[in-house]
Each structure stands twice: as C-alpha cells, then as structure tokens.
Design a binder for this molecule. Structure first.
Ligand code: SAH
Length: 207
C-alpha cells in the first residue's frame, strides 16, 4: 500500500527520489486515528483530534520536495500534528525541530515518534515565534495556513536557506517558497493552491 501511495504521488508530479522513498517507508497508519485506519494510504487529509488534520500525502511530498533537503539539514517544522510530516523529514536525513501548539497532539506525538525510531526535537509552543535559541535553520516548513509570513521565521533562516509556507486569508492558501540569498535578501515563488488548517496566534488558542 505504501509503494502504491508513492507511485500515486509520483504520478502527480513528485520527482525527488528521497521524498518518494520516504513516502514508501513511513507507515502512515501509525499516525491515524483508529476510525480512519483503513484509509491510511488514501491520498487524503484526515482528522487527528483537537480539530486538526494529518496532511494529504501529496501535500507532504510537495512541501518536502520544495525544501530540496540535503542529509543533515537542520529543519524547523511548524505544526507537528500527527508527526507524519516530521517522520518524512527524518527519513530524508534531516535533523528536525518541530513545534506544536496543541498540548494533546504534542503529548501524543512525543510518545509515538521515538517508539517508531525517530528522534526529532519536539516543542510545545507558538510556531509564530520559531525557536530563536536553536536558530539558524537550513530549511523551515510550515504545515498550517498562515495569513502572513512571520518575520521571526524568516529571521531564523540561514543565508542560502529555503522556507515553505502556505499563505492565504481564507481557507485556501498559496504554497509559497522563500529563498534567503547569501546576502540575506529574499526571493519569493508561489506554487498553486492548497488547503490547510489555520495557523493560530497565541490569543486565538489561549482564549
Ligand atoms: N505536519 C502535521 C500537520 C498537522 S495540521 C502532520 O503531518 O500531521 C497543522 C498543525 O499545526 C496542527 O496540529 C495545529 O495544531 C498546528 N498549529 C497551528 N497553529 C500553530 C502555531 N501557531 N504554532 C504551532 N503549531 C500550530
């Protein structure tokens, strides 16, 4: 089923061999709620509790491919969620730092990933702030929809680094790639529309 999923994602245009190998390797059913287990290898997003979703495999592959990961890259992920995207990054050889703002999901995923043999650094906190104490990062991936590009995250990107973030006002976002050049200036490219759960600010989730 994993092999079929990797083939499906390749058929939709993913060419990065490492990304396809990761999709073929990571057992997505470990990250799903029991009620949806039999759909684990469908190319769809599903609820994971706390009003959040596990991203669609194609979206995970698309964002990961845009990062152009090299083995040993230090990667910051915003929105750990189920941990599936995090596991895909680990499989690609990245050293992952991931932030989640939902305590329930943070606690669950913090248990699951080490049990599966993945060793990312997981944090409970506000992704808008990033992780200044661990910056700079080679790559940054945001897995929730932001209404703007957080300045703090761009600041925490290394010169030569890449950041992938879905940006949009409503419930549809434009996949946006920000490349920080060696002189510190940035260039932005966009890659079509995707649907993510919203990236929420402190006020929205602490009430
Ligand atoms: N990468 C995840 C996707 C989960 S959905 C996976 O593969 O399953 C996006 C996640 O972003 C949700 O879990 C949500 O709680 C989290 N999120 C939303 N706003 C956030 C913020 N400001 N900081 C950190 N995480 C946030």
């Amino acid at each position: 089923m994993r092999k079929k999923l990797a083939e499906l994602v390749a058929g939709k245009g993913i060419t990065d061999k490492n990304v396809l190998r990761a999709i073929e390797t990571v057992p997505r059913h470990f990250f799903m709620d029991n009620a949806f287990l039999r759909f684990a290898y469908d190319d769809k997003a599903f609820p994971i509790g706390a009003g959040q979703t596990i991203s669609q495999p194609y979206t995970v592959a698309f964002q990961t491919q845009l990062l152009e990961l090299k083995k040993g890259d230090k990667v910051l992920e915003i929105g750990t969620g189920s941990g599936y995207q995090c596991a895909v990054l680990c499989e690609c050889g990245a050293k992952v730092y991931s932030i989640e703002r939902q305590k329930l999901l943070y606690d669950k995923t913090r248990q699951l990933l080490p049990q599966m043999g993945y060793q990312p650094n997981l944090f409970y906190g506000d992704g808008y702030k990033g992780l200044p104490a661990f910056a700079p990062f080679d790559k940054i991936i945001v897995t929730c929809g932001a209404t703007f590009i957080p300045e703090a995250l761009v600041d925490q990107l290394k010169p030569g680094g890449r950041m992938v973030i879905p940006v949009g006002e409503a419930d549809v976002q434009t996949m946006t790639l920000i490349i920080k050049k060696t002189d510190g200036s940035t260039v932005t490219e966009t890659f079509g529309h995707f649907k993510f759960v919203p990236m929420l600010g402190e006020r929205e989730w602490k009430g």
